[in-house]
Design a protein around this ligand. Structure first.
Ligand code: MN
Length: 714
């Protein structure tokens, strides 16, 4: 633990004018207040705030931040009050500590609601003073470093939250160093199996002498010298987590990842960056699509660098980043590098456009879950950069469309957009934008957001605005859907369907008009079957009626007879209608789905890209627009994998162990082919959702025993 004078010396080393007295008082205050409290590690509690303050000095933050770091847990965990802190340390420190305390008050649960609520509070506190976030990140980093002292269940929850929220936030404000460390620790916690596999294979490569890092650095140094560019070159293997991410993103195995080494060339100025790039490209073959110039177009978080991939020295594929020392500082330290002790003033988060945007989304979202979903998307995605006709730069997540672009410009533009010109040509609104596209949005006052857009937009802002509009117009949709459903139900029983018949039963359903009944059926408050029985009281139930009675959804509520109290698994269905998941495609929560009304068996749920759907192409009336409900991940679902294992002793055991450790449950396993060298199998696994299955796939891919694994969709 840092001693008092060591901490003060550290601060003074970069800020000679720092308020030494206040720092000393804060150190003593924290120590006194936390007194004999202990951490789970057995260390005295006050070692934690001191370490947090220590982390903050790495970023050369002002004494206000360091003091707030020292005091960050006092109000929450001791008898200290915000008022007392205001008196002793001034209003700025008090405000930051207050923000941090409010955040900590909500016990974090893995439940999305709590997490979302917490995230909301964090955003609001950040918008008052961005230093709240810097301290929160340092706090989280120290907690992650000491995570191994906690109980396993708590560890998982904290690690998940770190990966979902804090690492992306660190990235968003450009604090690469913190982001990377948070991710590595969380990854090791959450995917122990995969972490160990990847580390073992990296070690194996190293032992085999294929760690070429030093040799390649030497060669690149020679290249730069010959080309007359002064440069410092460093190189490293990529971290296990970034390898894992790449495997997931590219759907690739470890072997297929050719560039597991990355090199950094640091030069004196911008001109030298391009000179260095010239040397690299003229000497080595460039790998297509790997070149990115973030110097001419920096990332929205301020990141500047040139990235390229080449077949480098030793004939190995490598990644190279070229930047100046100054860019490097900013890239690693982010916001903190721009704004250090010198400024001393309050840095209001409202100056950061992205915080403003997140808050806007927050206002439009109807519930915290939706908010979290939208903002997560916002933070995670890689970026493409497009231009307005006037040349203004708009940064968007990858896979964005002209509609996303329109909403990024202004909500009004988004709400009224009718078409788009991309690089001068009229293109459909669902076109995926490419880096450098110039986009002109065509608008019309008569246009409204279309629910269809929700299927292809990717930005949180666009999604929130569209959903808000759709919610407001929901009744119309429910009416149309309800009418359709009723008609279908009546016709299915060969009964006449007429408005007149419905008028007679309005009181039965507390409805004031026929439209009311439609809306109730469409919204699922009243079942179409009940309406039919009311209109034709003497009608005897046919075989469809029996199926309705034996309503059961595979995968949840196995012993539960009351379906009403179950969490909604699928939205857009009529309650009382039988549902089953199609065996051809095994859709999982996370897959896009569509319902097909079958004869006699209710609704079959298919994934949107299932080949079986071709059969129904000419019968649009049988298609139901459905989506996964909030309760979808509460049950388990069957995911089907095709796996090719090496035919060696123990590989089958490895397979089932790995799946079990990823919390998957093998429901069925079928060896479809077996040769001297491999087994081919189909494995059905009970999983929570698509992400769970993807994690399992990636874990398996990292293993030596597995030579191929993919989802068996058809
Ligand atoms: Mn803390």
């Amino acid at each position: 633990m840092l001693r008092q004078y060591e901490l003060v010396d550290l601060v003074k080393s970069y800020d000679p004018d720092a308020d030494e007295d206040a720092l000393n008082r804060a150190y003593v205050y924290a120590m006194k207040k936390h007194g004999a409290q202990l951490r789970t590690s057995g260390d005295p509690y006050y070692s934690h705030p001191v370490e947090v303050a220590g982390i903050l000095t790495k970023f050369k933050l002002d004494s206000t931040s360091i003091i707030a770091g020292l005091l960050h847990d006092t109000v929450e965990d001791t008898d200290a009050t915000v008022e007392e802190i205001r008196e002793l340390f001034g209003p700025q420190v008090a405000q930051i500590v207050d923000g941090l305390t409010k955040l900590a008050m909500i016990e974090l649960k893995s439940k999305d609601t709590k997490q979302a609520e917490n995230f909301r509070k964090l955003l609001l506190a950040m918008s008052e003073d961005i230093r709240v976030l810097l301290i929160k990140l340092a706090d989280r980093l120290h907690n992650m470093r000491t995570l191994h002292f906690c109980a396993p269940e708590k560890r998982m929850r904290i690690a998940r939250e770190t990966l979902d929220i804090y690492a992306p936030l660190a990235e968003r404000i450009g604090m690469q160093e913190i982001k990377t460390e948070l991710e590595e620790i969380a990854f090791k916690e959450l995917h122990k199996e995969a972490y160990e596999s990847i580390t073992a294979r990296l070690n194996f490569l190293r032992e085999q002498g294929s760690n070429l890092v030093p040799a390649i650095i030497k060669q690149l140094e020679k290249d730069m010298e010959e080309g007359g560019v002064k440069a410092t070159i460093s190189g490293r293997e990529k971290s296990p987590y970034s390898i894992w991410r790449k495997m997931q993103k590219k759907n690739a195995s470890f072997e297929q990842l050719s560039d597991i080494m990355a090199f950094r060339i640091i030069v004196d100025d911008v001109a030298a960056c391009y000179q260095a790039l010239g040397i690299v490209h003229s000497k080595y073959h460039m790998v297509p699509r790997r070149f990115k110039d973030y110097i001419s177009t920096p990332k929205p978080n301020g990141y500047k660098s040139i990235h390229t991939g080449v077949i480098g020295p030793e004939n190995t594929r490598i990644e190279i980043q070229i930047r100046t020392q100054e860019m490097h500082e900013v890239n690693e330290k982010g916001v903190a590098a721009h704004w250090a002790y010198k400024q001393g003033e309050k840095v209001v988060g409202k100056n950061f456009r992205w915080i403003q945007e997140l808050l806007e989304i927050l206002e439009e979202a109807s519930n915290p879950e939706e908010f979290l979903e939208n903002t997560k998307l916002e933070m995670y995605n890689d970026q493409v950069f497009c231009f307005t006709p006037k040349g203004d730069l708009i940064g968007l997540p990858i896979n964005s469309t002209p509609v996303d672009f329109a909403y990024a410009v202004h909500s009004k533009v988004g709400n009224t957009c009718v078409g788009a010109k991309i690089n001068g040509e009229i293109k459909p609104l669902r076109t995926v934008l490419q880096n450098g596209d110039q986009v002109e949005i065509l608008t019309s006052k008569a246009q409204h957001p279309s629910p269809e857009w929700d299927r292809f937009v990717v930005t949180g802002k666009a999604k929130a605005a569209i959903r808000r509009y759709v919610r407001a117009n929901k009744r119309e949709q429910f009416v149309a859907l309800g009418e359709q459903m009723l008609e279908r139900t009546f016709k299915g029983e060969n009964l006449e369907f007429s408005e007149k018949g419905l008028v007679g039963v309005l009181p039965n359903f507390e409805a004031e008009s026929v439209e009311d009944i439609y809306a109730k059926v469409g919204e699922g408050l009243v079942s179409a079957w009940d309406v039919m029985k009311a209109v034709y009281p003497s009608y005897k139930q046919s075989k469809l009626g029996k199926v309705v009675k034996s309503f059961k959804v595979r995968g949840f509520g196995k012993s539960d007879k009351k379906t009403k109290s179950d969490p909604v698994q699928i939205k857009g269905l009529i309650p009382g209608m039988a549902v089953h998941f199609a065996g051809c495609c095994h859709p999982l929560p996370g897959d896009r789905i569509v319902g097909i009304v079958t004869t006699g068996k209710g609704v079959a749920v298919h994934s949107i890209d299932c080949k079986a759907l071709e059969r129904y192409a000419s019968e649009p009336e049988r298609w139901l627009d459905i989506s996964w409900g909030d309760g979808a991940t509460e049950g388990s679902h069957i995911g089907r994998l095709k796996v090719i294992l090496l035919n060696e002793p123990g590989t089958l055991g490895d397979l089932s162990n790995m799946i079990a450790r990823c919390e998957g449950n093998i429901a069925n396993l079928n060896i479809t082919n077996r040769t001297m060298t491999y087994f081919e199998l189909i494995v059905d696994i009970e999983v929570r959702d698509l992400k769970h299955l993807t994690d399992i796939i990636t874990t398996l891919r990292a293993s030596k025993s597995v030579s191929y694994v993919a989802r068996a969709n058809q």
